[in-house]
Design a protein around this ligand. Structure first.
Ligand code: NDP
Length: 339
């Protein structure tokens, strides 16, 4: 039990992930409750509030004006990437702790402003990387850090989704550079990027990337990116991500004595398969995960209600966006760039 629970959330952005995944997870959690929903469309907010049994339905303007501020303790920002900053700034001004979806913002300058606003406002800022509360990835990190595969020297990871073959709307915000800040790298590639940092418990010091521009509808965004990241102790990460590549979804860590591979690590609430090859033997483990979104909300709430430091915090999320910006720079120049 945690004193002060539940933490009451305002959920901002009623697209796919907020109402379909996050609000049900909050309902299932031990320490959280949704008391406010916020949308650009008042009728939608009222409809979702009604369907989900939420007391308050606001527009973004109402939220910015501080309406119903006594009805919530924290905000969960689940709008397009380049619309995280204004909502984070309002939350910081109102003294509300923030759980903000990944990537923290559309570019490093804006991500830094999110961090600064929350530090100035004295509120918590967590970047919502599910992988940090996913049991299988946490297990991989623990055994790698304990030396089970010797010194970790290599990660490989890919996360792709063929949105062209899926017949997705080409007018969506994910293909709008102003709202997304990038193509598959910002949406999907940040998963292997961030999971490499998390599992190696280290930050890269140089990147080298190749990007391939998408068709006209991509408005200059890449449809494919491949990048390497060099870590200070010599470890190297190799990752790729695309919007015209089907279903790549794996993460692997290679060490001096063995290797661990996780299949389907990055889809939300998927059951994962972990294959450990070490000492000449191979072991395959099917992992039934508890809901990582429930874990994520309860973890955040515990940090808000106690002295526990919350991670990945805003600075950690900012670092990913800084790395992503440098990956784009390298994609354009074709060279290796130190961070
Ligand atoms: P959707 O497109 O499904 O929904 C986004 C919502 O944002 C819209 O429905 C809309 O809600 C609101 N919005 C406000 N302004 C705009 C605008 N100008 N254009 C489009 N939408 C707008 O996106 P997702 O829910 O999939 O993604 C939202 C965020 O969550 C992103 O940052 C994404 O990276 C992240 N995400 C994280 C996932 C994870 O596993 N952690 C999975 C999926 C997404 P309204 O009409 O209510 O204003």
């Amino acid at each position: 039990p945690v004193d002060g629970a539940p933490v009451r959330f305002a959920v901002l952005g009623l697209g796919w992930f907020g109402p379909d995944v996050a609000i049900p997870a909050i309902e299932e959690s031990d320490f959280c409750e949704t008391t406010v929903v916020v949308s650009g469309d008042r009728e939608k907010a009222e409809r979702v509030a009604d369907e989900k049994g939420v007391a308050h339905a606001l527009t973004y303007d109402d939220y910015a004006d501080g309406e119903a501020t006594d009805a919530y303790d924290a905000v969960y920002v689940v709008t397009p990437n380049a619309l995280h900053l204004p909502h984070v700034e309002t939350a910081a001004e109102l003294g509300k702790d923030v759980l903000c979806e990944k990537p923290l913002e559309a570019d490093a300058a804006r991500a830094r402003k999110c961090v600064e606003a929350c530090e100035e406002g004295g509120v918590e800022l967590m970047t919502a990387y599910r992988m940090h509360t996913t049991r299988s990835i946490r297990w991989v990190r623990d055994v790698v850090q304990d030396g089970a595969i010797g010194d970790p020297v290599h990660t490989r990871g890919a996360f792709s989704y063929n949105l062209i073959a899926a017949g997705e709307d080409m007018d969506q915000w994910r293909l709008n550079p102003d709202l997304a800040g990038g193509g598959p790298l910002m949406d999907l590639g940040v998963y292997p990027l961030n999971t490499s940092r998390f599992v190696l418990d280290s930050d890269p010091e140089a990147v080298h990337a190749t990007t391939v521009e998408g068709p006209d509808e991509f408005d200059g965004l890449e449809k494919y990116v491949a990048f390497t990241m060099e870590f200070p102790d010599g470890a190297v990460a190799e990752c790729d991500s695309g919007y015209e590549v089907a279903g790549d979804n794996y993460f692997e860590v290679g060490g001096t004595h063995g290797r661990i591979r996780v299949d389907v690590p990055f889809n939300v609430d998927a059951d994962r398969t972990i294959t450990v090859s070490a000492g000449g033997e191979e072991q395959v483990v099917e992992v039934e995960e508890p809901s990582e979104m429930v874990e994520e909300f309860d973890y955040f709430a515990t940090g808000v209600l106690t002295d526990m430091a919350i991670g990945p915090d805003g600075r950690h999320g900012y670092e990913d966006v800084r790395i992503a910006d440098t990956i784009y720079e390298s994609g354009e120049s074709g060279g290796r760039i130190e961070l």
